[in-house]
Design a protein around this ligand. Structure first.
Ligand SMILES: [Zn+2]
Length: 332
């Protein structure tokens, strides 16, 4: 299986489209030759096997039309889905939020057929986000060395997508980056995975809700940070407990794969700078007693996922571009 490189393989012509299909909305982008976003669009997600394929075709057509690009000039399409994906052949095994929980859906093949034989790559949503974040970092901070980055999703669960030496790292069974299920407290509460005290129970978005349940119906992280800002000592303690757990996830990623960047994404990251501030100060506090940790500059490695940019769709387009190159190679 070829690795997906975040930096562009030399594609002589053609445009690539990326789709990030979520449970309710689908984000689409069209990337130009230099990897720049030429068009983007947001559509309601259609579910079920037929709906997912139809919706994906419509999303590709929508950005192509917007950019004034013929479908025939789109050479690669990438798709991110929230579920279990066989990236080798682009089959979606399981994506409950998309109504795909029966037979596996041969999404890459079906979509390619509907789009005139274009190369299609399919990955899970976390992997496309990691590739997208790496692409954006490379554009923002050009570096001679290949990108090492983790995209840490603070959502319902906790997991990281990992790019090493500029390539997506899936691992043997696709479990690379599943740090949410590393137990951090053997006496902790039971986790859905069957172990106890997993990191996910402390550092995910669900963990915030458990620490500080929402009263007004707004997201729990927003209420927690507001209460802490207002000086409520219990809220300050809960916020700092959460920040230490996220800091533990960052430390775990850096100490395992020594990534240059840990990008905070997922629902909780919508808190923005206030989240980054408390996570950085937790990392600084922990480094105070350890010259070893200080030497790693953990606070300097953490950053926020860009809020206004469809990171996942951009990563999917980068993956699509890799598939375009592969189809071209095969045709030689
Ligand atoms: Zn677990």
């Amino acid at each position: 299986m070829d690795d997906v490189r975040t930096t562009a393989p030399p594609v002589p012509s053609g445009f690539s489209v990326g789709l990030d299909i979520g449970g309710t909305k689908t984000l689409a982008v069209l990337l130009g030759h230099e990897g720049q976003v030429l068009a983007q669009s947001r559509l309601a997600t259609e579910t079920g096997p037929v709906g997912v394929v139809d919706g994906a075709v419509r999303a590709v057509e929508s950005v192509a039309r917007q950019a004034g690009v013929l479908l025939a000039d789109v050479t690669g399409v990438g798709v991110g889905v929230p579920g279990l994906v066989e990236s080798d052949d682009g089959t979606v095994r399981h994506a409950v939020n998309l109504g795909l929980d029966g037979d596996p859906l041969d999404l890459a093949h079906l979509l390619s057929e509907r789009l005139g034989g274009v190369g299609v790559g399919v990955e899970n949503d976390l992997n496309v986000a990691a590739v997208g974040a790496a692409h954006l970092v490379e554009a923002e901070e050009p570096d001679d060395r290949p990108t090492d980055l983790a995209f840490l999703a603070l959502g319902t669960g906790l997991a990281a997508g990992i790019v090493l030496d500029g390539s997506l790292r899936r691992g043997r069974t696709g479990a690379a980056g599943e740090i949410g299920h590393v137990p951090v407290d053997p006496l902790g509460p039971p986790c859905g995975c069957g172990q106890r005290g997993c990191l996910e129970l402390y550092a995910s978005g669900s963990a915030v809700t458990a620490l500080w349940p929402s009263i007004t119906g707004r997201p729990a992280p927003v209420e927690l940070f507001e209460a802490a800002d207002a000086g409520d000592p219990e809220a300050v303690a809960a916020r700092d407990t959460y920040a230490r757990a996220v800091a533990a996830a960052v430390r775990m990623l850096v100490l395992t794969v020594d990534v240059r960047h840990v990008v905070l994404g997922g629902g909780v990251s919508q808190l923005g700078e206030p989240l980054l501030d408390v996570v950085r100060s937790a990392l600084t506090d922990e480094s105070a007693a350890s010259g070893f940790l200080r030497s790693l500059d953990l606070p300097g490695r953490v950053r926020l996922a860009p809020g206004r940019v469809p990171v996942g769709a951009i990563g999917a387009a980068v993956i699509g571009r890799g598939h375009a190159a592969r189809v071209r190679d095969l045709a030689r």
